[in-house]
Design a binder for this molecule. Structure first.
Ligand SMILES: Cc1cc2nc3c(=O)[nH]c(=O)nc-3n(C[C@H](O)[C@H](O)[C@H](O)COP(=O)(O)OP(=O)(O)OC[C@H]3O[C@@H](n4cnc5c(N)ncnc54)[C@H](O)[C@@H]3O)c2cc1C
Length: 324
């Protein structure tokens, strides 16, 4: 019998797609995410600077649909083509795509899941206020909240984070995730006071993997000059432990050099480190599901380095859960 009480950890595209499909069945769902909003790496940073509200898509840049499931997600979110036919962006922000998927869902946001305990049929999910958790540091000593029992738990997280949570209840599943590898990415957000003499997109220029005039996307304020500059994997890996300030300065200098421009001083500049940005070595299976334990995992990392893979992986996991 398929499980009726399911916790989903992670409200990125994979977790949201799982929740959306499972909601059509008679299933009680709880969805947890450590972020302020759903969407994960389909992210938009909102800041106020220079008297403007600035939005930067500092995660995924553009989306392509090879199959009908992701095409339906893009359609429902009214994503528009940019920068060329067949490539899509969320409008007015990239995060509009996951937010459309999340519409009507009850999500426990700002909850950092720290452990899964219990036994098959009665799993417990431990979670803390995400503001208390500092990446790279041990979990704080505050007593976590515990929810459950759940018949099944779905981990819709990047593989290294899923691996950490599975190590206790399912070491064999955690072991399977060992082979999955991600590339990191330093992503730089820039607001300039004047237009740069550059095309809207630049790919593979020296250490820059991708740079885009974010303000040229449909539905954005075209009077602003906003850029997102993403370092390639080699540069990002070499500079991974820089502070965000040092990475921003170094990447801005690389951008100027790669484009041969004397850049005006930006009135806003900030760098974001994605430790697990794009999948380098995928699992090679569409999802992970142990029907005996009622534990499973889904995400882009099962299939490949693109957002569509997260949705396809979620569909595969739901099919596996339903055939239990
Ligand atoms: C810089 C960058 C550029 C990219 N460019 C593109 C592109 O151009 N085209 C493309 O198709 N794809 C691109 N991608 C990849 C795309 O963003 C991903 O494939 C997709 O968003 C993955 O979705 P997901 O649900 O599998 O994972 P995620 O989006 O990572 O979702 C995981 C969720 O789990 C949450 N979480 C993690 N740990 C915990 C915890 N312990 N407790 C609670 N919640 C937790 C996170 O907050 C997050 O919301 C890019 C990604 C990055 C970072």
């Amino acid at each position: 019998m398929p499980p009726k009480d399911i916790a989903i950890i992670g409200a990125g595209l994979a977790g949201l797609a799982c929740a959306k499909t499972l909601a059509a069945y008679d299933v009680r769902l709880r969805l947890f995410d450590k972020g302020r909003g759903p969407g994960g790496r389909m992210a938009t940073r909102r800041v106020e600077a220079g008297g403007h509200v600035l939005n930067f898509d500092h995660g995924a840049q553009y989306l392509t649909a090879h199959g009908p499931a992701f095409a339906a997600v893009l359609d429902a979110a009214r994503a528009q083509e940019w920068p060329s036919a067949g490539r899509h962006v969320g409008v007015p922000r990239m995060s509009s795509v996951p937010r459309a998927l999340a519409e009507g869902m009850d999500i426990d946001l700002m909850r950092h899941v720290t452990a899964i305990t219990g036994a098959p049929g009665a799993w417990q999910v431990h979670h803390l206020d995400a503001r208390l958790v500092r990446p790279g540091h041990p979990f704080p000593t505050q007593t976590p909240e515990v929810d459950g029992p759940f018949e099944a738990v779905v981990l819709a997280l990047p593989a290294p984070q899923a691996q950490a949570l599975l190590a206790g209840p399912a070491p064999h599943l955690a072991g399977v995730l060992e082979a999955v590898r991600f590339e990191p990415c330093w992503s730089l957000m820039l607001a300039f006071p004047e237009r740069l003499a550059l095309p809207d997109t630049i790919r593979d220029a020296g250490p820059i993997g991708w740079a885009a005039r974010d303000s040229s996307k449909p539905g954005r304020d075209a009077s602003l000059e906003l850029w997102v500059v993403q370092a390639g994997p080699a540069w990002s890996r070499a500079k991974l432990e820089l502070t965000a300030e040092a990475a921003a300065a170094a990447l801005l200098a690389e951008f100027a050099q790669a484009t041969g421009q004397v850049l005006p001083t930006p009135y806003f500049s900030a760098a974001h480190r994605w430790r697990h940005a794009l999948v380098e070595t995928p699992l090679g299976a569409p999802c992970l599901w142990d029907a005996q334990l009622g534990l499973g995992a889904a995400g882009d990392w099962c299939i490949g380095a693109r957002a569509e893979a997260a949705v396809d992986s979620a569909a595969a996991l739901v099919a596996a859960i339903r055939s239990t």
